[in-house]
Write a protein that binds this ligand. Sequence first.
Ligand SMILES: [Zn+2]
Ligand SMILES: [Zn+2]
Length: 118
Amino acid sequence: MNTVVQLRNRDLHVQLAQEDRLEDAGRLAPDDRMTCHVHNRWVHQCVSSAAHVNQVTRHRWCRDCKTALTVAVDELTLTVHMSCPSCGDGRSAATRRLERACEASLAYTKGRPALLAG
Ligand SMILES: [Zn+2]
Ligand SMILES: [Zn+2]
């Protein structure tokens, strides 16, 4: 158990450093990162933080309700869904991209999603 956690943590730091470098070089969009350089975590682990809400770009933001979307992470199906607590929708292209990045990091930390599906 301990070993697994340590491996994943080491994995995280390696991935973080790699994505930092790629992003600095302009070869990776911030939206497509699987790691978060603000919280030093996998993005699906900290995406529910207020720091991941952006009213301008509409990441996790419902414009109609002026409300942050809530995040539901399903570790079994490896899906991440964001929705507005007021209207139940409120999604945008930026939010969908954030969901995809979260699902990528979730799948990555869980190993091969194909094996889990069975
Ligand atoms: Zn974060
Ligand atoms: Zn709404």
